[in-house]
Design a binder for this molecule. Structure first.
Ligand SMILES: Nc1ncnc2c1ncn2[C@@H]1O[C@H](COP(=O)(O)OP(=O)(O)OP(=O)(O)O)[C@@H](O)[C@H]1O
Ligand SMILES: [Mg+2]
Length: 287
């Protein structure tokens, strides 16, 4: 299988050396279905880690376990050494942000307002200052607005500040979701299919943006079905199949592993066959 244009960088396997994220033995059962089974994953500072696997492999469910949307049936998740409670707000405050497979924006709010909402977990907006609307509140509000504008420019949406989210092109909505996630000041960002529905040019821009996010000091975990995108972007890749980690390694190791090819194409042995590059629509509630 040849899916990259350039040889994979010689990054080598990573060891969990003071990782930003450490997930151990994460299992998620829904009744009789085990969607995620005993998954270990670590992410080191400054790393971009890819999570791949066929439809229904458990990738989004695993993200939901990491971010507190689901309470894992078993296992623990640590961020910078601290065990995370399975509560989405606590996870965001601790420093983990995410985007969703099915975009979740406030459709009738502007781009700027959407990003400002992300920022409120770092302000006293829920406290007395916001009720009294005194000088402290106004200063915070101005700082929030300025930071949101800065983030919109960072993701390439500096000219869309006043656009209503629902009127924005699909690719811009995905970038807006990233800006909103960045507004929470995360240490680690999880991106669930950030290029789904994008054309090749937008996909290239998304890849450049993720490199810039990493260069700004964050660690990144990205789920994608576009193998070229994943293998050119990531330092390390995990392939999940039926809820379990089938293979973990450098992009080069993973893309040439026959088990990965088999998982995608169902046992074929055509070396030139490329794993699927597109996504399918999903109707799962928590995606
Ligand atoms: N809330 C839920 N209740 C019951 N089953 C669920 C729930 N969420 C996910 N599942 C099941 O868990 C399995 C894994 O689904 P998940 O959405 O995590 O896969 P995925 O790897 O993200 O797939 P895709 O690439 O299509 O997005 C599927 O069989 C799915 O139907
Ligand atoms: Mg998914």
């Amino acid at each position: 299988m040849t899916v990259t244009d350039t040889p994979a960088p010689p990054t080598g396997p990573s060891t969990p050396d003071n990782p930003v994220l450490q997930a151990r033995g994460v299992t998620m059962r829904f009744g009789g279905l085990t969607a995620v089974k005993d998954v270990d994953m670590h992410v080191n500072p400054g790393e971009i880690v890819g999570l791949i696997g066929p439809n229904g492999a458990g990738k989004t469910t695993f993200f939901n376990c990491l971010t507190g949307l689901y309470k894992p049936t078993e296992g623990e998740v640590r961020l910078q050494g601290e065990v995370l409670p399975p509560k989405p707000r606590a996870v965001v405050v601790a420093g983990m942000a995410r985007t969703f497979q099915n975009i979740r924006l406030f459709a009738n709010m502007t781009a700027l307002e959407n990003v400002m909402v992300g920022r409120y977990c770092r302000t006293s907006s829920m406290a007395l200052t916001s009720i009294l609307r005194g000088p402290k509140f106004r200063r915070e509000e101005e700082a929030t607005r300025a930071r949101a504008q800065e983030l919109l420019e960072f993701v390439g949406l500096g000219n869309s500040t006043e656009s209503l989210a629902r009127n924005m092109p699909y690719g811009d909505q995905r970038r807006l979701e990233i800006a909103r996630a960045l507004a929470t000041d995360p240490k680690l960002i999880l991106l669930d299919e950030p290029t789904a529905g994008m054309n090749p040019q937008e996909t290239k821009q998304a890849s450049d943006l993720i490199f810039r996010i990493r260069d700004s000091g964050l660690a990144v975990v990205v789920i994608e079905h576009d193998m070229r995108f994943i293998f050119n972007l990531c330092d390390r890749v995990l392939c999940l199949v039926r809820g379990e980690v089938l293979v973990e390694g450098t992009p080069h190791e993973v893309q040439s592993d026959p088990r990965v090819i088999e998982a995608y194409i169902g046992g074929g042995d055509d070396e030139d066959e490329e794993a699927p590059a597109s996504t399918t629509e999903s109707t799962e509630e928590q995606q």
